[in-house]
Design a binder for this molecule. Sequence first.
Ligand SMILES: Nc1ncnc2c1ncn2[C@@H]1O[C@H](COP(=O)(O)OP(=O)(O)O)[C@@H](O)[C@H]1O
Ligand SMILES: [Mg+2]
Length: 236
Amino acid sequence: MSLLEIKGLHAHYGKSHILHGVDLDIEDGTIVSLLGRNGSGRSTLLKAMMGLVPPTSGSVQLNGEELAGKRSFDICRHGIGYVPEERLVFPNLTVGENLAMGVQTPPPGAHQWSVEEMYGYFPRLKERRDINAGYLSGGEQQMLTICRSLLGNPRLLLIDEPTEGLAPRIVEVVMEFILDIGKRGVAVMLVEQKLTIALKVAREVLVMGHGELVFRGTPDDLVQAPEIRRNWLEVA
Ligand SMILES: Nc1ncnc2c1ncn2[C@@H]1O[C@H](COP(=O)(O)OP(=O)(O)O)[C@@H](O)[C@H]1O
Ligand SMILES: [Mg+2]
């Protein structure tokens, strides 16, 4: 059985119909990249999975348990972590306090992440542990947000465009970190605009167009499918 199974997922913003029946599944510990043009519905899919946009129909199951219709905090508790596009730090709390807010007891079988481990990955956060998070750079806030989500020990982590606006050197660090998260058995669904990164970190690639999945395959499959890239990814 897959870790995550989505069937016939529809979502609306008011009267606008955005997700048109998404079907997908993710295996335990797999990194999946979700690609697509701006406006194709990638962020909406993550939000619908998190209950931030209530699905109008369809099902989202984690380990066979239905999550569609549940509240976001409950979905979190079931083992899905979410790092939204906008970096959500508590600006008036220190880096250390921000991390402490994320710490939770893991569900059975999940890896327990520790604050020290996060500092090991990101010495920069350790150096700044007593500084208010509002003073961090965009890249540092992004790392802090990912670390805080991981401390909730998710089985599946949804990350929306983590490398957007980051310096190339930081992009490398974030990429290595995501690969490591995968190696620890946490599944990751990564929305990523940069094709090279999406292909490098993922075992599987999904392409979304107009609120539907239009391609699913390995990174290699996508490299071999110029028409998919032309029709659904490249900016005309
Ligand atoms: N809060 C919102 N209210 C109304 N429409 C929205 C809202 N957020 C996104 N949309 C629309 O939903 C569609 C999908 O957006 P989004 O999921 O953000 O795409 P992506 O993340 O792939 O760029 C777009 O047409 C966008 O304009
Ligand atoms: Mg988006």
